[in-house]
Design a protein around this ligand. Structure first.
Ligand SMILES: [Zn+2]
Length: 119
């Protein structure tokens, strides 16, 4: 089986662009909230600061997730360059085109992915 590397490279590059935009969007929204947030109403202060903490953690979570995915996508692009793209890093078998269509940055075949998810 021969993979259409040009196709997957394109998929990965557009995903990378989307993730970078999402990461910037998170940062942008967070700074907007800081500038325009009016929390001076006294009575709601405790609830507001709790919400603020929660939102901040949520933002950091999204940002972390985007960072993580960006690293995965970049690694997949590097595997295309190296000629190892589409091969399971555990057993060395072909990951399978259907799985790569769903998750272009996959590093594990479906069997090893299941093993990993089971811990
Ligand atoms: Zn495998």
């Amino acid at each position: 089986m021969t993979l259409d590397l040009a196709h997957f490279r394109k998929e990965l590059e557009s995903e990378l662009e989307r993730l970078r935009t999402a990461r910037q969007g998170v940062n942008h929204e967070a700074s907007l909230t800081d500038e325009t947030g009016d929390l001076s109403s006294g009575a709601g202060e405790i609830a507001d600061s709790a919400t603020e903490t929660y939102m901040r953690e949520l933002d950091e979570g999204l940002e972390e997730n985007a960072e993580h995915l960006i690293a995965e996508v970049e690694a997949a692009l590097k595997r295309i360059e190296d000629g190892t793209y589409g091969t399971c890093v555990v057993c060395g078998k072909s990951i399978g085109v259907e799985r790569l269509e769903a998750v272009p940055w996959a590093t594990l075949c479906i069997d090893d992915k299941r093993v990993q998810e089971q811990g």
